[in-house]
Design a protein around this ligand. Structure first.
Ligand SMILES: [Zn+2]
Length: 194
């Protein structure tokens, strides 16, 4: 039975690198895949998943109105898909996660979703909350705080590197606007600001 996987992490843990490696492993064996990434993320060229270590691959953009399952099915009819991979999965709506679960359950295509667990305030993203609820398999991609503990939180900083406690959830200013920290240092940074 095809599964829905959620690979979750903090910023800069290597989610895109992991996704591109998984994609490569399928394609190396002659299997077709389909990649999605969020249209809100304009750090890189439109319709591209790029990792910080230099890998990249073309991807179909999604926004909150995209029917990802319908897009994948249209492709699947032409070329049977072995796997669907979704980057920036925190930006999925709950309904879109439901679509992806149905794609795995009814069509039998495995779905690998990669995303942040929480936003810069430590709250779940809508897509991440639904994925945590529905995924068959939860896999944490680990990264490290400056103190050596596991980094689980994403501190947003301004252009001068000062912690930011308020603002829109989906404001994306690039990797340098976020610092992955352990919970202790995330809380300390926000308290020092207050
Ligand atoms: Zn720390």
């Amino acid at each position: 039975m095809a599964k829905l996987y959620f690979y979750y992490a903090s910023m800069n843990a290597g989610k895109s690198t992991n996704l591109l490696q998984a994609d490569f492993n399928y394609r190396e064996r002659g299997m077709a895949t389909m990649l999605f990434t969020a249209a809100v993320d304009d750090r890189f060229a439109a319709g591209t998943i790029a990792s910080r270590i230099g890998l990249s691959a073309p991807a179909t953009m999604f926004d909150s109105g995209t029917d990802l399952a319908a897009c994948a099915l249209a492709r699947h009819v032409e070329t049977p898909l072995a796997c669907v991979l979704v980057d920036e999965a925190q930006f999925l709506t709950a309904a879109q996660v439901d679509q992806l679960a149905a794609l795995a359950d009814r069509v039998g295509i495995p779905v690998l979703a990669y995303g942040l667990r929480t936003d810069f305030r430590g709250a779940l993203f809508e897509g991440s909350a639904r994925l945590l609820a529905l995924a068959d398999s939860l896999v944490e991609i680990k990264s490290v705080c400056e103190c050596g503990r596991k980094a689980t939180m994403n501190l947003r900083v301004d252009a001068e590197g000062r912690p930011v406690a308020e603002g829109r959830q989906t404001e994306i200013g690039g990797n340098d606007r976020y610092v992955a920290l352990c919970r202790r240092h995330f809380s300390a940074a926000l308290q020092a600001k207050a």
